[in-house]
Design a protein around this ligand. Structure first.
Ligand code: CDP
Ligand code: MG
Length: 457
C-alpha cells in the first residue's frame, strides 16, 4: 500500500494482537485502526493455513453497510497475495448469493450485525466452528440500543473458546467495557493512544460553530454551499426525511448534491458512497449513517446543519475530515441561540471549537423565492412537510433534552427554513415523541424505523 511507517495505534496494537492477546483499542478518527486489526487478522489466517473448507476464521462486525464495504475493500487489497477467501454480508444485499458464498467458505468475513445473525441462524452451509478472531469496529456504536440484543445473540452462537477478540473505536462508553468483560479472555489489553492528549479530536481539524436563528438556517447553508462550491463537503442532518427534502430542493435549484440515508435502497446507497468517495469536489447530504468510520479522501468541510445527538456523535461526524497522519480539514456546526448549552458538553468532551462569524451581508436572501417554490410545487411541498415533521420529531427525541428542548423552538421560524411562510399543520405529539429516542432520531439504516421491525442491517 506504500506505507512506510505504522501509525501510533498500529505500532501499539499490532504486536500484542499478533501475539494472540485480546485488545480494546482506542484512537482518534482517521488514525489507522482498520489496518491495526486487519493485518493481525490476516496474519493469523495465513499462519493457520485457513482453507475455504475451514470456513470463517475471522469475523469483523461494523455498524453500517458502507463501512463494511469500505473494510472489505481494504481487506481485498491486503489479501491480494494470499490464498485466504474474503466475503461480506450486509443488510439490503442479496441474501441467497451471500449464503452460497458462505457455503463455499469465507475465511475473513465482514458483516453488519442483523444480516450476520440471520446467516448464523439460517444458513446451514456457513461454517463458523473454527472462528479464531472476532473484531468489533466502532465497538461503542455496535453496543448501543438497536444492536445490543443482536450482539448478545451473536456472541452466544459463535465459539468463544480459543477466540481472540479485538474491539476498536475512537470513542468509548461503559457498554464497551461491559462487552469487554463478557467476550475478552482474561488479561485483555486496554490501549488508549489518546490517553494523555489534550483534545479528543485531531490536530489538523479547525472546528467552528455559528449562531444562527432557525429562519436563517437554510439561507446560511445555501450561501455556504454556493461560496464553497469547489470544495468537498459533507452536511449532516438529523432525519432521513430532512435529507431527502433538502437534497431534492438543492438539486432543483441547481445546487447539485448527493444524498445518503437509511431509507434508500442499498444499491443507491452503495453507488452514492463510491461516487462521493471518488469525487474531487461536491456535496454529500446525509444522516448519521455516514458518521462512523468512513474514510473518504480529501473532505474539506464537515457541516453539522442539525446538531449531533451527543459529543460522541459530534466527534465521529467531524472525524470524516482531517484523516491520516497530517490530514487537514474544517468543520462548522449550526447552533440556534437556545442550543448554545451544547458547547459546555463539547468542552467537557475535550473538543475545541470556536465561534465563526458569517457576515450577514453575505447571506444570499432567497427566502421569498423559496416560499414561492414550496407554495406552488406540489411534490417539493410534500417533501418539505415530511422534512419539517421529522426535524421536529428528531428534536423532541434528542438525548440532551435540557439543551435541545423542542418547546423552545420558534415554529414559525423553523417552518421558514423549510420554505413555508406559515407552519404547516403536522400531526405529531411532541410530548410523547420524547420517549422514542434512538428509534426516531438516529439513522443508521432501516433498523431506525423500529429496532424490531426489520432485521436486515
Ligand atoms: O479507523 P480509523 O478512523 O482509525 O482510520 P482508517 O479508516 O483506518 O483510516 C486511516 C487512513 O490512514 C487510511 O486512509 C489509510 O490508508 C491511512 N494510513 C494507514 O491506515 N496506516 C498507515 N500506516 C498510513 C496511512
Ligand atoms: Mg475506523
Amino acid at each position: 500500500m506504500g506505507f512506510e511507517k505504522m501509525t501510533e495505534v498500529q505500532s501499539r496494537t499490532i504486536p500484542p494482537l499478533m501475539a494472540g492477546r485480546d485488545v480494546l483499542g482506542a484512537a482518534k478518527t482517521g488514525s489507522g485502526k482498520t489496518l491495526a486489526f486487519l493485518i493481525p487478522a490476516i496474519e493469523m489466517l495465513t499462519s493457520l493455513k485457513f482453507k475455504p473448507r475451514n470456513g470463517t476464521g475471522c469475523l469483523v462486525i461494523t455498524p453500517t453497510r458502507e463501512l463494511a464495504l469500505q473494510i472489505y475493500g481494504v481487506a481485498h487489497e491486503l489479501l491480494e497475495h494470499h490464498s485466504q477467501t474474503l466475503g461480506i454480508v450486509i443488510g439490503g444485499a442479496n441474501r441467497r448469493n451471500e449464503a452460497d458464498k458462505l457455503s463455499r467458505g469465507v475465511n475473513l468475513l465482514i458483516a453488519t450485525p442483523g444480516r450476520l445473525l440471520d446467516h448464523l441462524q439460517n444458513t446451514p452451509g456457513f461454517v463458523f466452528k473454527n472462528l479464531k478472531a472476532l473484531v468489533l469496529d466502532e465497538a461503542d456504536r455496535i453496543l448501543e440500543m438497536g444492536f445490543e440484543d443482536e450482539m448478545r445473540q451473536i456472541i452466544k452462537i459463535i465459539p468463544s473458546q480459543d477466540r481472540q477478540t479485538m474491539l476498536f473505536s475512537a470513542t468509548q462508553t461503559t457498554k464497551v467495557e461491559d462487552l469487554a468483560r463478557i467476550s475478552l479472555r482474561p488479561g485483555p489489553l486496554y490501549i488508549n493512544v489518546d490517553y494523555h492528549k489534550e483534545a479528543s479530536t485531531v490536530e489538523g481539524l479547525e472546528q467552528g460553530y455559528v449562531i444562527c436563528e432557525a429562519d436563517k438556517r437554510f439561507l446560511l447553508l445555501f450561501s455556504f454551499l454556493k461560496r464553497f462550491s469547489k470544495k468537498k463537503i459533507i452536511v449532516f442532518f438529523s432525519s432521513c426525511a430532512s435529507v431527502k427534502y433538502y437534497a431534492e430542493l438543492l438539486n432543483y435549484i441547481d445546487l447539485p448534491v448527493l444524498d445518503l440515508h437509511g431509507k434508500q435502497k442499498q444499491q443507491k446507497r452503495t453507488n452514492t458512497f463510491f461516487e462521493f468517495r471518488n469525487a474531487e469536489k461536491g456535496t454529500l447530504i446525509c444522516t448519521d449513517v455516514a458518521a462512523r468510520g468512513l474514510d473518504i479522501p480529501a473532505v474539506d468541510w464537515i457541516v453539522q446543519f442539525d446538531p449531533p445527538d451527543d459529543p460522541r456523535d459530534y466527534i465521529h461526524r467531524v472525524g470524516r475530515t482531517a484523516r491520516g497522519s497530517d490530514g487537514k480539514g474544517r468543520s462548522l456546526m449550526f447552533l440556534q441561540t437556545n442550543e448554545v448549552g451544547f458547547l459546555k458538553y463539547l468542552k467537557e468532551a475535550r473538543v475545541p471549537v470556536v465561534e465563526f462569524e458569517f457576515p450577514a451581508k453575505k447571506l444570499v436572501n432567497v427566502q421569498s423565492q423559496l416560499e414561492k417554490l414550496i407554495g406552488k410545487n406540489y411534490y417539493l411541498n410534500g417533501s418539505a412537510k415530511d422534512g419539517y415533521k421529522s426535524y421536529l420529531q428528531a428534536y423532541a427525541s434528542h438525548s440532551l433534552r435540557t439543551v435541545f428542548d423542542v418547546h423552545k423552538l420558534d415554529l414559525i421560524k423553523v417552518a421558514k427554513s423549510f420554505g413555508f411562510s406559515t407552519p404547516p399543520k403536522v400531526d405529531i405529539q411532541l410530548g410523547s415523541a420524547r420517549d422514542k429516542r434512538s428509534t426516531q432520531r438516529r439513522d443508521y439504516g432501516p433498523r431506525s424505523r423500529g429496532a424490531k421491525r426489520r432485521r436486515d442491517d
